[in-house]
Design a protein around this ligand. Sequence first.
Ligand SMILES: [Zn+2]
Length: 281
Amino acid sequence: MALSVNQPGSTVPVRDLAKLRAVSRQAVQEYLDLKDRFASSDPKQRPSGSEYDRLRERLKQLPHEYAAALPTYTLSRCPFCDTPLNGSFDPWGFDGFWWVPSMRGGVGKPIGCEHFRVLRGAVWLQDKPPIAGPYEAMLGPDVPYVIPRLMQMPTMTMVVHSIVMESGYVAMPLAYFSKDIPAPGSLIQGWIETTYSFLDANGRHAWSVRNDPWDFNLAPWISSGQLRWTVPNNPDAVLAPHTIAPLPFGNPNPVALPQTAENNSLGLSGLPDNDTVEPFE
Ligand SMILES: [Zn+2]
């Protein structure tokens, strides 16, 4: 794979994707190998003594080493102030811990402007086989959607961006922005997250699991001006002018169900059913 060279005027950082891929996959592989050793039925394979402590530490460190090797992508752009939303992203496959809710400890939040609220997403595999490891990855559905409850919040706007991944899949970050600040705890967990962590009205850490219904019928949201998209095939996520035309990219034959991937196979689950889980209920 060649060195990634940016377009003139691009704000996307220059990066050597081949090298980053090698470092990130090395960290994933070492993690899986170590896990195998700890779980081995052969006592000679299982670490013991001082090696046990050393390898336990190594195990904790590896997801951070993996995350540090991820390239930064422009994931969206604010429709109010034009600031890019930048964040790490794994463009190679769902075997990367970026895609695995339980393994994202080292992955930082995307960084954007004061209007950024939450990042959701979709992935269209374009009929390519899913590259996935032994941990369940969450992909989102194969086509963009909106969460009407969020869209009903004052000034809320969703921006659809598209990233052609190195593996040929098309990832579609769905980023929510608003001028008005939503009430504490009223948003939702992110794209690859299973729980929603937030600060409550008293500034205390709290969490819940939101299962707000999705809406795949984008036309009314495009008409209302609340759904925007970026110019296709642009890594800078430059916003397309607002029109009421249909979304210019996406999957022509969607299944429109949440996708998971594990051990190189794809799974489908049911749509969110509006059953919000709060702790201590
Ligand atoms: Zn902004």
